[in-house]
Design a protein around this ligand. Structure first.
Ligand code: GDP
Ligand code: CA
Length: 334
C-alpha cells in the first residue's frame, strides 16, 4: 500500500484532502492500488476558551472529511445552535467575537475531558475520529501545545498594551486588519513532532503541501523543531499547490500574513519562500493556477518543477483533478 501525507491548515487543507480522497476512491479496490492518506494538522490556532481546549484546524479537517461541517461557514457544525454561548455571554464571560455552537462544544468538552485524564492530543483526535471516520489518519503536528501569537505593529485599540495577542484574536476579532509585526509560536521550545507524524513523513510515497496558508498553517507546522529536517530527509517527493492565484489569496486573508513576513502574495514568491529542495528548501514540485503560467519557467530554473493547472477548489470534482495533477507531478519528479 502506498501512502500520501498532507500538511494542512483548516479550510484549504480540508477541501484539498476531500478532493484527494474523491480522486483515490475508485483506486481503493485492491491492496496494490489502495492509498493511505495521513494529514498532519496545524495546531497553532489552538486555544483555551471558557476552560475548553479548542482546536480549530483539526476540527475543520475532521468535520469536513467526516461530513459534519457547516458548508456555509466552512468551519463548525451544520445545523448548529448557539444557546450555550448565549448563556455564557449573559454572565459576561467568554469572547463575544468567537462564538462556539452547542454541537461543536460537545467536541471540545470530550477533548478537554480526555486531555485532563492524561490522553495525548493524538489519542484524543483518534477517538474523535472513530465517530467521524474522516478516511485519513488525522495527526496533530505535536502533542505539546504551540499557540501562534501576533505581535502587532501598532496598538489595535486604546486598551491594547502592544503585547502579543492570540492569532485567533488577530484573525477573527480584528479580521487581520491591524498590521502584524511578527508571528510567535508560543511553546515552540517545548514541542516536537509526534512519533506518528515522523512515521507519516518517513513512510510517505508523496508529501503534499496543499493550498493552505503558507505562514500560519504550513509555516507553523514547519516551525516545529525537527519537522523541516524530517521533510528534507524524506524519500518522497514534496509537491505543493499555490494558495495564491493571480497575485492574491483566493479566500481569506493570507496576503496580510505574507506581507508581515516580507513575501509577495504571488504563486512564485510563495514557492521560492518554501525553496527548492535541491537548494536547501523543501519543494520538488509546485502547481500554479493557469493564470500564473508565466511563473513556470522562473520556478523551473530555480530548481522547482512547476506546472500550471486550474487551482480553484470550486467543487469536489475540480479539487479531485488538482489532486490527480499533484500525484502525476510527484511521479514525474520521482
Ligand atoms: P485555514 O486554517 O482555515 O485558514 O485554512 P488553510 O490554511 O488550510 O487554507 C487557507 C488558504 O487556502 C487561504 O490562504 C487561501 O489562499 C487558500 N485557498 C482557499 N480556497 C482556495 C482555492 O479554491 N484555491 C486555491 N489555490 N487556494 C485556496
Ligand atoms: Ca487555521
Amino acid at each position: 500500500m502506498r501512502s500520501i501525507t498532507v500538511l494542512a491548515g483548516g479550510v484549504g487543507g480540508a477541501k484539498f484532502t476531500q478532493g484527494l480522497l474523491s480522486h483515490l476512491a475508485p483506486l481503493n479496490t485492491s491492496r496494490e492500488t489502495t492509498r493511505r492518506v495521513s494529514v498532519i494538522a496545524n495546531t497553532g490556532d489552538d486555544m483555551w476558551l471558557n476552560g475548553l481546549r479548542v482546536c480549530p484546524d483539526l476540527d475543520t479537517l475532521m468535520y469536513t472529511l467526516g461530513g459534519g461541517i457547516s458548508t456555509e461557514q466552512g468551519w463548525g457544525r451544520a445545523n448548529e445552535s448557539r444557546r450555550t454561548s448565549a448563556e455564557i455571554a449573559a454572565y459576561g464571560r467568554g469572547w463575544d467575537w468567537f462564538t462556539l455552537g452547542d454541537l461543536d462544544l460537545g467536541t471540545h468538552i470530550v477533548r478537554t475531558d480526555m486531555l485532563r485524564e492524561g490522553y495525548t492530543l493524538t489519542e484524543v483526535t483518534e477517538l474523535l475520529c472513530r465517530r467521524w471516520q474522516p478516511g485519513v489518519a488525522l495527526l496533530p503536528m505535536s502533542d505539546e501545545p504551540i499557540e501562534t501569537h501576533v505581535r502587532l505593529a501598532e496598538p489595535a485599540d486604546e486598551h491594547d498594551t502592544g503585547e502579543l495577542i492570540h492569532f485567533e484574536e488577530w484573525w477573527v476579532r480584528y479580521r487581520a486588519g491591524v498590521p502584524a509585526q511578527e508571528f510567535v509560536q508560543v511553546g515552540q521550545e517545548m514541542a516536537q513532532p509526534t512519533a506518528q507524524v515522523l512515521e507519516a513523513i518517513n513512510t510517505a510515497d508523496v508529501i503534499v503541501l496543499p493550498p493552505s496558508n503558507p505562514v500560519v498553517s504550513i509555516g507553523t507546522i514547519l516551525g516545529v523543531h525537527g519537522m523541516r529536517e524530517a521533510l528534507r530527509q524524506a524519500k518522497a517527493p514534496i509537491i505543493g499547490l499555490s494558495p495564491m492565484i493571480g497575485g492574491t489569496a483566493v479566500r481569506g486573508m493570507a496576503d496580510q500574513c505574507l506581507e508581515s513576513i516580507g513575501v509577495d502574495s504571488t504563486a512564485s514568491a510563495v514557492a521560492l519562500h518554501y525553496g527548492a529542495r535541491a537548494d536547501g528548501g523543501l519543494l520538488d514540485g509546485w502547481l500554479v493556477d493557469t493564470v500564473d503560467a508565466q511563473a513556470v519557467p522562473e520556478l523551473r530554473s530555480a530548481g522547482i518543477q512547476a506546472q500550471a493547472v486550474p487551482l480553484w477548489m470550486t467543487d469536489v470534482d475540480s479539487t479531485a483533478a488538482m489532486a490527480q495533477a499533484t500525484l502525476e507531478l510527484a511521479d514525474a519528479v520521482r
